[in-house]
Design a protein around this ligand. Structure first.
Ligand code: AR6
Length: 193
């Protein structure tokens, strides 16, 4: 059984970095299989589900997630809300809403940063020590992957720096290209840390 549970469809994922006391990993695979305290969903403002990772999480987690999302009643862009994990191996799902990418000058960067940062704030509030993120906004919402990785990593490192929390962060990349982008970016920035 692997580190992240017996059922993970893990294609690649041996990289591990440490920032303060936090372990940072990247995995290529399906986030619904990852055994952590919380996985983050790339949701939309309605929180009522959709395609991509959102669809996969609702399908695998079962109807309790949708029921809780309906009660929450939506979420502004850049913010995050929490539900249980239902049938997923994680305990909680943090539903974060990233921006739809327009031209890069419409506040997308700040909103994407906030989506990551606010997810970590919720994780801290619930004392969830391990958290897995997908690459928010880089699918249907069209955020360029090479730009998004910088924002995602900055938000996570800033949070760790400020809060010394959580214990583990996993970036879960679905596609091979997305994984390579994270792999080289983390390699590059951790050279200087
Ligand atoms: N595990 C990990 N990553 C995944 C998975 C998975 N199972 N499935 C897809 N990805 P997207 P967005 C990757 O489109 O751009 C939804 O309809 C995918 O390859 O899921 O934030 C929502 O309801 C991509 O890199 O989210 C919203 O309406 C990344 O997850 C809208 O899409 C994000 O792609 C949100 O768009």
């Amino acid at each position: 059984m692997g580190k992240y549970g017996k059922s993970i469809v893990l294609i690649r994922g041996d990289f591990m970095y440490r920032y303060h006391d936090t372990e940072i990993n990247i995995l290529q695979g399906d986030i619904t299989k990852v055994e952590v305290d919380a996985i983050v969903n790339a949701a939309n403002n309605t929180l009522l589900g959709g395609g991509g990772v959102d669809g996969a999480i609702h399908r695998a987690g079962g109807k309790v997630i949708l029921e809780q999302c309906k009660k929450i009643g939506g979420c502004p862009t850049g913010e995050a809300r929490i539900t249980v994990g239902g049938n997923l191996p994680c305990k909680y799902v943090i539903h974060a809403v990233g921006p739809i990418y327009k031209d890069g000058n419409s506040g997308e960067k700040e909103l994407l940063y906030n989506a990551y940062y606010n997810s970590l704030k919720l994780a801290k509030e619930y004392n969830l020590e391990s958290i897995a993120f997908p690459s928010i906004s880089t699918g249907a919402y069209g955020y360029p992957k090479e730009k998004a990785v910088k924002v995602a990593v900055k938000a996570v490192l800033d949070f760790i720096e400020e809060e010394k929390f959580p214990k583990k962060v996993v970036f879960v990349l679905f596609g091979e290209k997305d994984y390579s982008i994270y792999e080289s970016y983390l390699e590059e920035i951790f050279k200087d840390i």
